[in-house]
Write a protein that binds this ligand. Structure first.
Ligand code: PGA
Length: 252
């Protein structure tokens, strides 16, 4: 089973519209010869339609960093899946640890958001990961099991055919301290078997599992070498096109 790697850039709360468009254009140019790797960037909501228009028809696909699960209505400050899709995105990041940590995201709201993404034809990128304390207390697998099982509760596998899972240990995000090859291998193997347990083997084999947390040009090769790592979710190192392209072209 071949899974096409996905290298995704999460731009978080960085870049104004014009800055985002400039970086996206540079990246699209650098990506013009990229084959067999999917590339996605997730700018802020404000920049998203501008960036999507500026890279339309190129190898660079667009994602949002969040969504709200209701279709429309009196939900001040929120944005729906349909709005994101109409603005030119094909992916949406759901349950990022910063959203869980600062904005009260729970496994139950994550499930609703995944459902809403699927209904609108967006590919959900479900983020999971343990904190340093949870790892120290040897609760890593317990936490991951809960985040996946609860986040995906009630779905049948056909609905989740475009799901992407992103393992992002919280202690490795933005710290410069990536998880070790051994730690990543162990968790990704575990996640693949968990997907098999929940949705059977063909589903587990086709679903991409990304690693995220201080991915950079210097460590991408060893991470992508791990059998169950099917891509990367990159924060800091995705903000600069010249740096990000080195991660995207990890195999050249
Ligand atoms: P980082 O962020 O690459 O800056 O560690 C990763 C992420 O939060 O997706």
């Amino acid at each position: 089973m071949t899974r096409i790697p996905l290298i995704a850039g999460n731009w978080k709360m960085h870049k104004t519209g014009p800055q985002a468009v400039e970086t996206a254009r540079q990246l699209a140019k650098l990506c013009s010869d990229v084959k067999n790797v999917d590339v996605m960037i997730a700018p802020t909501y404000l920049s998203l339609p501008l960036v999507a228009a500026s890279v339309a028809g190129t190898n660079v696909k667009i994602g949002a960093q969040n969504l709200y699960f209701e279709k429309e209505g009196a939900f001040t400050g929120e944005v729906s899946a349909d709005m994101i899709k109409a603005a030119g995105a094909s992916y949406v990041i759901i349950g990022h640890s910063e959203r869980r940590q600062y904005f009260g995201e729970t496994d139950s709201s994550v499930g609703k958001k995944i459902n809403s993404a699927i209904q609108s034809g967006l590919k959900p990128v479900l983020c999971i990961g343990e904190t340093e304390k949870q790892r120290d207390e040897e609760k890593t697998f317990l936490i991951l099991d809960k985040q996946v099982s609860d986040g995906l509760k009630g779905f049948v596998r056909e609905e989740l055919k475009d799901l992407v899972l992103a393992y992002e240990p919280v202690w490795a995000i933005g710290t410069g301290k990536s998880a070790s090859v051994q730690q990543v291998r162990q968790v990704h193997e575990y996640l693949r078997s968990l997907l098999e347990k929940l949705f059977a083997k063909p589903f587990a084999n086709q679903t991409r599992i990304l690693y995220g947390g201080s991915v950079k040009p210097e460590n991408v090769v060893e991470l992508m070498d791990i059998e169950d790592v099917d891509g990367a979710l990159v924060g800091g190192a995705s903000l600069d096109a010249d740096k990000f392209i080195k991660i995207i072209k990890y195999n050249i």
